[in-house]
Ligand binder design. Structure first.
Ligand SMILES: Cc1cc2nc3c(=O)[nH]c(=O)nc-3n(C[C@H](O)[C@H](O)[C@H](O)COP(=O)(O)O)c2cc1C
Length: 312
């Protein structure tokens, strides 16, 4: 078997593999981040960092079953300074990307001011699935608020930045969000964050399975793949060509990665399956993807990226 080239670029940074972790999966503590650094993932993406450390919600707050996972973590993280120190100390070994989450626009402005003062550029994925004002939906579902925030951000911020979106389900929402994002110098858009407020029921115990929010939480894993692929492909078609698409959602095999790339993704993130299998998952997924590419005589991911066919 000839070894296909799985390399790619993320916001201008070269990666040896197009498969990386999703923010929040195995990337919160020093030990987890070191595991990823030593794995065969193409890069390391941190847990979404807030200005100050957060303990998150009460446990149990994560549950997994055959077809997926449900969580209501409440953004437990060690705070921006910890993640920046990690990048500073380990960044030469492998590209490390920062995920950011802000509980309000003031916090976001403080976080970005902190990044601006660094003497090295950090590529940042801004998680837009964040709480908004009381009575409003999460940030990414409040389009005027997203526009206001991005205007403020790009007024002063010049390091490479992308946004991570939750799934949309309606054509007008895809179109409006794409039109809005096309107005800004974003380097990439990541689709999708966990579809929110799902409910897993255990018929045996007749109970929910996680403690926060009466059992409601975001879902991941195989059950969300068709939603993720739809979002990747829609935004791939609607966004200007200099905004890269990053695929995330429902990846547990090399075939899932192949499908994300066919829909337009330049690289693919793995969340639930990394939680289940640990960092050895990257080697398995790379091998499975190579077998598919070899069978189809593709030598690189660019040969089929975004080339999903329609019927007639
Ligand atoms: C335990 C857990 C924690 C997560 N934390 C974050 C986070 O901090 N920031 C973020 O952008 N997404 C977070 N996510 C969402 C994942 O990055 C990903 O978008 C989602 O799980 C879908 O991918 P999957 O199907 O591979 O799990 C988290 C997911 C899980 C399961």
């Amino acid at each position: 078997m000839t070894q296909a080239d799985l390399s790619t670029h993320w916001a201008g940074v070269s990666l040896s593999s197009c498969i990386v972790n999703a923010s929040g999966a195995w990337c919160s503590t020093f030990a987890e981040l070191m595991d990823l650094t030593e794995s065969t993932s193409g890069a390391v993406l941190t847990k979404s960092a807030t200005l100050y450390p957060r303990k998150g919600n009460l446990e149990p707050r994560y549950f997994q079953w055959t077809y997926g996972s449900i969580n209501s973590m409440g953004l437990p993280n060690l705070g921006i300074d910890f993640y920046l120190d990690f990048i500073r100390s380990q960044g030469a070994k492998k590209p490390i990307f920062l995920s950011l989450a802000a509980m309000n626009p003031e916090e976001l402005s403080k976080l970005l001011q902190r990044l601006r003062k660094l003497d090295f550029p950090v590529v940042t994925e801004l998680n837009l699935s964040c709480p908004n004002l009381i009575g409003k939906p999460q940030l990414a579902y409040d389009f005027s608020c997203v526009e206001e925030i991005l205007k403020k951000v790009f007024d002063f911020y010049e390091f490479p930045l992308g946004v991570k979106l939750p799934p949309y389900f309606d054509t007008i929402h895809f179109e409006e969000m794409a039109e809005l994002l096309n107005c800004f110098p974003l380097k990439f858009v990541t689709c999708i964050n966990s579809p929110g407020n799902a409910l897993f029921v255990d018929p045996q115990t007749e109970s929910v399975v996680i403690k926060p929010k009466e059992g409601f939480g975001g879902i991941g894993g195989p059950c969300i793949k068709p939603i993720a692929l739809a979002n990747v492909n829609k935004f791939f078609k609607l966004l200007k060509s200099d905004i890269q698409l990053i695929g995330c959602g429902g990846v547990s095999s090399g075939q899932d990665i192949f499908e994300h790339i066919l829909c337009g993704a330049s690289l693919v993130q793995v969340g639930t399956q990394l939680m289940k299998e640990g960092p050895g998952v990257f080697e398995r997924l790379q091998e499975e993807l190579c077998v598919i590419l070899d069978r189809k005589s593709y030598t690189s991911i660019e040969e089929f990226r975004g080339k999903l066919k329609s019927l007639g």
